[in-house]
Write a protein that binds this ligand. Sequence first.
Ligand SMILES: Nc1ncnc2c1ncn2[C@@H]1O[C@H](COP(=O)(O)OP(=O)(O)OP(=O)(O)O)[C@@H](O)[C@H]1O
Length: 208
Amino acid sequence: MTPRQVHSPISLRARALACGRGDTLLIEGLDLDVEPGAGLLLRGPNGAGKSTLLLSLAGLLPPLGGEVSLFGHDPEDGPALHYCGHRNAVRPRLGVRQTLAFWRDINGPTGLSVDAALERVGLLPIAGLDAGYLSAGQQRRLALARLLVSRRPLWLLDEPTAALDTDGHRLVASLLAQHLEQGGLAVIATHDEIELPALRTLALAARA
Ligand SMILES: Nc1ncnc2c1ncn2[C@@H]1O[C@H](COP(=O)(O)OP(=O)(O)OP(=O)(O)O)[C@@H](O)[C@H]1O
């Protein structure tokens, strides 16, 4: 490992992957490889299947065909991935700090402290508020802070910049850059520009 590399090197591979919803096939014959330190942007029009593909890569939706594999992952290192969907999973009556402490306790205290993560996403000054009082973009920042309190090599992110302002877009790019520099990998569904040299693009076609 290089001095900056904090994740054990794992790779994500899909072969002949077919996925969809119910009987509706959205993607078929997909081969993809994502190596440590690299990321893949999923792009395509509404309904193309970006979220569906992320769910299948996360193991949350069974593929209709083909396979998804993680290479190099030692189960003793704990779960390999974070899936961050486009809902923020925020309980309105739970405080911001308590929300993140809850996720740290569920996912493991292997990353930043709760307050350090809140500072990184710009929420430390309002850590004492109930999460329900946060704006849409602030709730998105809170959801992203979950990635930081529990270290996992593979990030699967669905519209991470949704509701974020310009500074928030820069924050997502910076979090991703740091994650990839540390040997992590990521697959990101997005309609926004995220410009990092380590990101490739997979364009999904519109469904007829
Ligand atoms: N539970 C479901 N049952 C049936 N069809 C579904 C279900 N969930 C999603 N779909 C359909 O699957 C298709 C793909 O949806 P998906 O959310 O993967 O698209 P997307 O590319 O992420 O779109 P967007 O850019 O709008 O986020 C859509 O046509 C959607 O209506």
